[in-house]
Design a protein around this ligand. Structure first.
Ligand SMILES: *Cc1c(COP(=O)(O)O)cnc(C)c1O
Length: 379
């Protein structure tokens, strides 16, 4: 029998003490008890996102925060640029279309990151752009973008920079204020050691100016309602929040604070280095020209069925990576290094990958990947 080990890039493992918060008694949310919790979660999320702006907690998955970042910002007929290099860049584009925006799709090769130069050119060609929508870590291709450099380009224009940080914020460096990001969104189930159920969003002063000037289309994700409800000393949500999740978030964020965000970034990097070293030692390639530290996509070698690989890892070894999405279906196996995963988890994943590859007829030197990963952790 094997323990079930989750390596999907969302949901990710959740510590027992966080899960137990969900089992403790329910309570009413229009109370000082809840207000104190939301104040703490807001404060800790500001720390995680690197901002002095308030962070709004939305009950809903990360996509709810993405929806707010489109519906409240771009009026029908206004222009937005969506960088599309994978499933989640496509989501920005689809959200724009759903809310009547004039969407300029900036298509890039899957596995590549958009360059600041390409963004600058797109803005020059479309000077009436209201906002540029990017994805820090495109989870479907495990590719990271240089948000800091892109923010520098966008800052010099009237456009806002909106970043989907759902699979990056809390795992790899992200500094909303220092980099000049206008809107950042994330979700609970990726890097924050929580189950799915909460979305988070923060807006710069430049972003608020646009939001206040825009007749948005949102009701449930209307950011103005969230701002009004949160405004100290209220510390409230406009609608019934997932209050047990907020209590769990308080616990998870306290653990993140105790560890220190920079230490977590460094650990994420090491775990990703270990997986990449293991892949190399096994003669496998890492997909992406700019691999993210928060999730690694390993190309399934010729002659091996990618879906069978994932299935066998789950069924025979209890290790669950994610397969490929869209055009990468069957071609990659993706392993998260976010949240509550440690060095030993990585060794388990690599070990199961080796045994599975051998089972599926691919020549591996059993232990070579684990040894390479161990060397990274030893260094
Ligand atoms: C998971 C993910 C999403 C979608 O978030 P949900 O919580 O599933 O709505 C969006 N963007 C990125 C980059 C993601 O990794």
């Amino acid at each position: 029998m094997f323990k079930q080990r989750l390596f999907t890039p969302g949901p990710t493992p959740v510590p027992e003490e966080v899960l137990l918060e969900l089992a403790r008694p329910i309570f009413h949310h229009r109370t000082n008890e809840y207000r104190k919790m939301l104040e703490q979660v807001t404060t800790d999320m500001k720390y995680v996102m690197g901002t002095s702006e308030d962070v709004y907690t939305i009950t809903g998955s990360g996509s709810a925060a993405m929806e707010a970042a489109v519906a409240c910002v771009v009026a029908p007929g206004e222009k937005m640029i969506a960088v599309r290099g994978g499933k989640f860049g496509e989501r920005w584009s689809e959200l724009g279309a759903a809310f009547g925006a004039k969407v300029i799709n900036m298509d890039i090769e899957w596995g590549d990151a958009a360059t600041p130069r390409e963004i600058a050119d797109a803005l020059k060609a479309n000077p009436d752009t209201v906002a540029v929508y990017i994805t820090q870590c495109e989870t479907s291709t495990a590719t990271v973008s240089d948000v800091e450099a892109i923010a520098k380009v966008v800052a010099g224009t009237p456009a806002l920079l909106v970043v989907d940080g759902i699979s990056s914020i809390g795992a790899i460096p992200f500094k909303m204020d220092a980099w000049g990001v206008d809107i950042a969104v994330t979700g609970s189930q990726k890097a924050l050691m929580l189950p799915p159920g909460l979305g988070f969003i923060a807006c710069s002063k430049k972003a608020w100016k646009k939001i206040d000037a825009t007749k948005g289309h949102a009701y449930y994700v209307d950011l103005k309602a969230y701002r009004k409800a949160l405004a100290p000393p209220e510390w409230d949500n406009p609608y019934t929040p997932a209050n047990l999740m907020v209590r769990a978030a308080m616990k998870a964020l306290a653990m993140i604070r105790a560890e220190g965000i920079e230490k977590i970034w460094a650990e994420t990097h090491r775990k990703a280095e270990a997986i990449r070293a293991a892949a190399k030692a096994l003669g496998l390639k890492v997909y992406s020209s700019a691999p993210s530290d928060s999730v690694t996509a390993i190309l399934v070698p010729e002659g091996v069925d990618g879906e069978a690989l994932v299935k066998t890892m789950v069924k025979d070894y209890g290790v669950r990576p994610a397969g490929g999405q869209g055009k990468l279906k069957g071609k990659v196996a993706r392993f998260t290094t976010m949240g509550y995963t440690d060095a030993w988890d990585i060794l388990a994943a690599v070990g199961a990958l080796e045994l599975t590859l051998a089972k599926l007829g691919y020549k591996v030197q059993i232990g070579a990947g684990v040894a390479a990963a161990m060397k990274v952790f030893a260094s």
